[in-house]
Ligand binder design. Structure first.
Ligand SMILES: C[S@@+](CC[C@H](N)C(=O)[O-])C[C@H]1O[C@@H](n2cnc3c(N)ncnc32)[C@H](O)[C@@H]1O
Length: 302
């Protein structure tokens, strides 16, 4: 997924090789991850696609089946991986992930602690954000889930940036070896308040913690626990609105059109004869995912 050699720039312009993971894109809501193997074929409603035709092509290529159908072969970025990974748990999606990375101030070289690992959706983006010289240590108490996450990180090429540990973080806290070393800590746990005292010990002075919880009661208890050692507590709910935009012809150039917003949020272009819908919010857009609470470790007064 990533070039992890610090002397090289992160680049997705390379060519597809035997053994690579590619994201096969039919349309935005139909994608899957496929491992390229010289002898294999991919069969779908558009026909049969030979992997051997893919090898040597740059990522992003449009390739054709025996029946003239086509797909695109995309590089497995964290954004796309989040959409195709196998859901072993609830996962974080792009809107929350981008907000978390920004508010946790994660940059190349950071040391990040995370629990639980879950399906590794967030971990994959954390890994890219800390690359090439940082590291993510992620913990889950569920052995099989941790093992599957490790396999996924191998597949996506980020295993040198991530270490997966099996540990009950609510019961035992993070390992002492990380005391005072973490730039940021992320918690997606059912009872985050049990892990917050340990997270505080792990953070560098003024390091930032984020706790993700689906219920406001969890947020309230987490905030109670945060108040003793943290400052600048903020809770957000990231609500994303996606639009379907349709081109109904060259309307922009027609005289006498007016832009209006209807009661359901659609943007319409209207003239005296017929209103034409140009853009409307997608009906399947996801609403509430959870609450993100951020807090900064209080600095020592010298
Ligand atoms: C909702 S999932 C995390 C999803 C993850 N953020 C993602 O984006 O894929 C929560 C995970 O926390 C783990 N977990 C729950 N309690 C735990 C504990 N006490 N210690 C460590 N992991 C725990 C669960 O096994 C589960 O895999």
């Amino acid at each position: 997924m990533l070039s992890i050699d610090p002397t090289k720039k992160i680049s997705f312009s390379r060519h597809i090789c035997e053994g690579d993971l590619v994201i096969v894109y039919e349309r935005h809501d139909n994608m899957k991850a496929v491992k390229v193997s010289q002898e294999s074929v991919l069969q779908n409603r558009f026909g049969v696609f030979k992997h051997s035709d893919w090898i040597g092509k740059p990522f992003g290529s449009k390739v054709f089946s025996n029946k003239g159908g086509f797909i695109y072969l995309l590089a497995p970025t964290p954004e796309l991986w989040t959409l195709v990974l196998s859901h072993r748990t609830q996962i974080l999606y792009i809107a929350d992930i981008s907000f978390v990375i920004m508010y946790l101030e994660i940059v190349p070289g950071c040391l990040v602690l995370e629990s639980g690992t879950g399906s590794g959706s967030l971990t994959t983006s954390l890994a890219r954000a800390v690359a090439p010289t940082g590291h993510v240590y992620t913990f889950d108490f569920h052995e099989e889930r941790a093992a599957s996450a490790r396999e996924d990180f191998e597949k996506t090429g980020i295993s040198s940036l991530v270490t997966v540990g099996v540990r009950d973080i609510q019961g035992e806290g993070f390992p002492d070896e990380f005391s005072g070393l973490a730039d940021s800590v992320f918690l997606d746990l059912p009872q985050p308040w049990l892990a917050i005292p340990s997270a505080g010990k792990m953070l560098k002075p003024d390091g930032v913690l984020c706790s993700f919880s689906p219920c406001i009661e969890q947020v309230q208890r987490a905030c109670d626990s945060l108040r003793s050692n943290f400052t600048d507590l903020r809770t957000f709910e990231v609500l994303l609105r996606t639009y379907e935009v349709r081109d109904e012809g060259n309307l922009g150039s027609l005289p006498g059109k007016k832009r209006q917003r209807s009661s359901k949020g659609s943007i319409v272009l209207e003239n005296s004869s017929s209103p034409i819908v140009m853009a409307r919010p997608c009906s399947e857009a996801k609403g509430h995912t959870g609450y993100l609470t951020f807090a900064r470790l209080k600095c020592l007064s010298l």
